[in-house]
Each structure stands twice: as structure tokens, then as C-alpha cells.
Design a protein around this ligand. Structure first.
Ligand code: HEC
Ligand SMILES: [Cu+2]
Length: 266
């Protein structure tokens, strides 16, 4: 069963609630497709499939941020789409139930741990729209917001998607790039300030105090375990909320190389 959404962001101000087909026609339609209409423009157009050329974005929800992986490998804290091009969001949560909510589009879909949920729709107008979490998910729930940037055309999207993605970088560059690209940035600072997780500044080589009273030295093995099995050794004073991040060997090495550059005295 697919859910198909038709979105007409224009003139929403005139329509305070979603246009809803709660009648027999709607029910018959919904036997085959879950069809929802959001907003209204000049006409109501029904396309059971939004098209084969959907822009597919992998969405990760976690306490308390969003992460969007776009085609071509560009990851970002904001969702990027193209006006007039169907979008397919494939969503997972690494912790609790979240709900991706695009109020301007009247679109909402739960994001549930342990399974993929999807959202299909076609943004019509370029612009920057609010994206937020509509499911209360703990302390910083209200800060779990991002933007949905709808590019006017594919060329504009492609130009954005190429930015910052550089081939053949040094190992430390690989680490620096994945800090942003894999979303570590949301929870780990570089300036010594603790966020949701400990800062990366002066982390390498440190004797870390763990929640169970033991200590551990921050080296390659510790790093690997912290990333693949974050719950195995939890740092004292922090919650066990880090999502496991599958990194390949080069990324793991890159991270180690880069973390070493973040020490005051090498
Ligand atoms: C949702 C927030 C979050 C994200 C995203 C996140 N972490 Fe963490 N991380 C934490 C928290 C909280 C801890 C401390 C608790 C623990 O040890 O699991 C932690 C601990 C760590 C530690 C051990 C730090 C120490 O002081 O010993 C490392 C290394 C680490 N994270 C690396 C990463 C990397 C690399 C990424 C990105 C690929 C990442 N984290 C993404 C929250 C996060
Ligand atoms: Cu949430």
C-alpha cells in the first residue's frame, strides 16, 4: 500500500485545514491507494503514482535532530527537494517514535524505530519551509526542527549537491568531512563545550571516565566501539543516546586521523 500526497502550498492561508475526501469516492480510492490531499489550488489532480523520477531522500530521525541523505551522497541537516519533481522520503528512527511534519504542506508521517516509513509528495513551489517533529520525543523535542528547501529547478539542486563533496581527500579531511556529513556535528562540539555528547576537542588519547566507574583510553579501538556500539561504554555524565553509525574502514581511519588534529598539544 502506498501513500500518495498531493501538495499545493500556494494559497494555504485561505485554507486552515487540509482538504479531505471523506466520502464514498475517497473510500473507494483508498482501497487501492492511501490518497491524501493537502491544500488546494486551481484544480485537484489525481496521479496514483507521482512518477518514476522521484528524488529519493533517506531520512534519519533521532533525539533531537534530523539527517537527510540526498542522491549523490550529499548529507545535510536540512531537506532539499526540487519544485515539480516528486519526492520520496524513506525514513528511519534510531531511537524513539518521531513524526516528520511539514506544516506548510499539511504533511505528517510517523518515523518509527525498527522499520522504514515512506512519504511521497510533490512540492510545487520553490522556497524554504519549516520541517519539525510532531511527536513529543523528550527533552529537546521542541528543538528538533529543520528546513525543507525546495529548489526552483534540478540545476540549482545539483549545484547545491556538489558543494563540499570532494574526491581524493587526505585521511584527516575524510574525518572532518564525515563529522558534518554523518551528523556527528549535531551532538559533538569542537570547541570544548559539551552538547548532547562530549566535545571532540582534546578527546584523542584521553583517559575517559565511564558511567560504570571504569576508565578507558580514547584510541582506535575505543573509537570504533563508541561508534558501532555506543552503548558498550557510556561516558560518565552523558545519556546513552548516541545512535550506532556504520562507518567503513577508511572513514574510521579518517576520523582517528582528524581527532588527533583536535588536540591542543599533539
Ligand atoms: C544524537 C547525538 C549523537 C550523535 C549524532 C553522535 N553522537 Fe557520539 N556520543 C553521543 C553521546 C550522548 C555520547 C556519550 C555517551 C556514550 O558514550 O555513548 C557519545 C559518545 C561518543 C564518543 C566517545 C566520546 C568520549 O568522550 O569518550 C565518540 C568517539 C563519539 N561519540 C563519536 C561520534 C561520531 C564519530 C559521530 C558521528 C559519526 C557521533 N558520535 C554521533 C551522542 C551522539
Ligand atoms: Cu522527535
Amino acid at each position: 500500500m502506498r501513500t500518495v500526497h498531493f501538495v499545493y502550498p500556494r494559497d494555504l492561508s485561505k485554507h486552515s485545514s487540509p482538504f479531505c475526501i471523506g466520502n464514498e469516492v475517497g473510500e473507494r480510492l483508498q482501497r487501492d491507494y492511501r490518497v491524501r490531499f493537502y491544500g488546494w489550488r486551481d484544480k485537484l489532480k489525481i496521479e496514483p503514482e507521482p512518477g518514476g523520477q522521484a528524488l529519493r531522500v533517506q531520512v534519519t530521525a533521532r533525539r533531537w535532530s534530523w539527517w537527510f541523505e540526498h542522491p549523490g551522497g550529499k548529507g545535510a541537516g536540512d531537506l532539499h527537494l526540487v519544485a515539480g519533481r516528486p519526492a520520496e522520503l524513506v525514513m528511519v528512527s534510531t531511537d524513539v517514535i518521531h513524526s516528520l511534519y511539514l506544516p506548510d504542506f499539511r504533511l505528517k508521517q510517523d518515523v518509527v524505530p525498527g522499520r522504514f516509513t515512506k512519504l511521497h509528495f510533490k512540492p510545487i513551489l520553490p522556497g524554504s519551509f519549516t520541517l519539525t517533529c510532531a511527536e513529543f520525543c523528550g527533552t529537546d523535542h521542541s528543538r528538533m526542527t529543520a528546513k525543507a528547501v525546495v529548489h526552483p529547478d534540478q540545476a540549482s539542486f545539483d549545484a547545491w549537491a556538489r558543494e563540499g563533496v570532494q574526491p581524493a581527500a587526505s585521511l584527516a579531511d575524510v574525518g572532518r568531512a564525515l563529522y558534518a556529513a554523518k551528523g556527528c556535528i549535531a551532538c559533538h562540539s569542537l570547541d570544548g563545550t559539551p552538547r548532547v555528547g562530549p566535545t571532540f576537542k582534546n578527546l584523542w588519547g584521553k583517559e575517559e571516565k565511564l558511567a560504570d566507574g571504569a576508565t578507558a583510553r580514547v584510541d582506535e579501538e575505543y573509537l570504533r566501539e563508541s561508534i558501532l556500539k555506543p552503548g558498550a561504554k557510556v561516558v560518565a555524565g552523558f545519556a546513552n543516546v548516541m545512535p550506532p553509525v556504520p562507518l567503513d574502514e577508511r572513514e574510521m581511519q579518517g576520523l582517528a586521523a582528524w581527532l588527533q588534529t583536535l588536540r591542543d598539544s599533539p
